[in-house]
Design a protein around this ligand. Structure first.
Ligand SMILES: [Zn+2]
Length: 301
């Protein structure tokens, strides 16, 4: 049994080594090695790079990416990759620090998207808001930046990258249109979220975010804040307290219990769970689940 597994593993390794890359159109015929710091960036890079890039996601499945700790192997990867895609402004400061030691082949995507919408005044402790990917149109900007970077590394493949990017951007634009339509006519507009990840989404679709924790999920609320939140939920007739899969739902559950609201998942797409991956879900699929949850919570027609 063991030897059969070993043979299968060896075969898989061989296949991975020579599959797909043979007709690569990069200059030297090799796939570009791309390191992405967490899920939405990894998906975008995978879609744009297609067969011509091998994308490694630094944040493991099921792990919340804010401030991940890097293993020595991941540090090596960050140093050796052809291209590193990450977010600055202390979203993942360990990644940022090593990425910024590189003098080329790195893109801080937060610097590439138009961040006018981030609501930084919501919490005193919040700092800059990194969560641009929850507005699909800001993802479109990020995809352009990724296509630019890959094209710069492999100009011979620029047409392939631009075509791949356009196809993915068409999906993102369609997603944005679904959100606009789906949230146009609702009874309420306040969303109570687990951490303050949804400012850009709220801004785009005319919603108001009331966040339990700050821009980082570790910033847990104190008792006064929880009491104030409960008051706001009662006063505004809010029916749903959202929680997320990768962060403890404890405070959301307490709030829901105290106010008679129900809880539901609103996924900030910082990573997929093992179940999401096994079910073959991607960014757009989970965003459409978010849309359904929002429409239900807000009483949309
Ligand atoms: Zn977050």
């Amino acid at each position: 049994m063991l030897s059969r597994l070993a043979i299968l593993a060896a075969l898989a390794f061989l296949l991975a080594g020579c599959g797909g890359g043979d007709d690569a159109q990069t200059e030297n015929g090799h796939r570009l090695e791309v390191v992405a710091s967490f899920f939405p960036v990894a998906e975008a890079a995978t879609r744009v790079g297609g067969e011509l890039a091998r994308v490694v996601n630094l944040t493991p499945v099921g792990v919340e990416p804010h401030d991940i700790e890097l293993t020595p192997r991941q540090v090596d990867r960050l140093e050796d990759a052809d291209l590193v895609l990450y977010l600055g402004k202390e979203f993942q400061s360990g990644v940022e620090e090593i990425a910024e030691r590189r003098d080329h082949g790195r893109v801080d995507l937060l610097a590439e998207v138009e961040l006018a919408g981030g609501d930084e005044a919501d919490h005193e402790e919040s700092g800059p808001d990194p969560h641009f990917w929850l507005n699909p149109l800001l993802m479109v900007d990020a995809v352009d930046a990724i296509a630019d970077a890959l094209s710069q590394m492999a100009p011979a493949a620029e047409e392939v990258f631009r075509g791949n990017a356009q196809r993915y951007q068409d999906e993102l634009t369609a997603l944005d249109e679904d959100f606009e339509r789906g949230l146009a006519d609702c009874d309420r507009k306040e969303i109570v979220t687990s951490h303050a990840a949804f400012s850009y989404l709220a801004e785009r679709y005319g919603l108001t975010q009331i966040a339990i924790a700050g821009v980082s999920p570790e910033a847990e609320p104190d008792a006064d804040r929880v009491a104030a939140l409960a008051g706001e939920i009662d006063a505004k007739g809010i029916t749903t307290v959202f929680f997320e899969q990768l962060v403890s739902p404890e405070v959301a559950e307490t709030l829901a219990r105290e106010t008679g609201a129900k809880t539901a998942v609103l996924n900030p797409l910082e990573g997929l769970s093992r179940e999401d991956v096994d079910a073959g879900k991607d960014y757009a699929a989970v965003m459409r689940e978010n849309l359904a949850a929002l429409r239900d919570a807000l009483g949309c027609r």
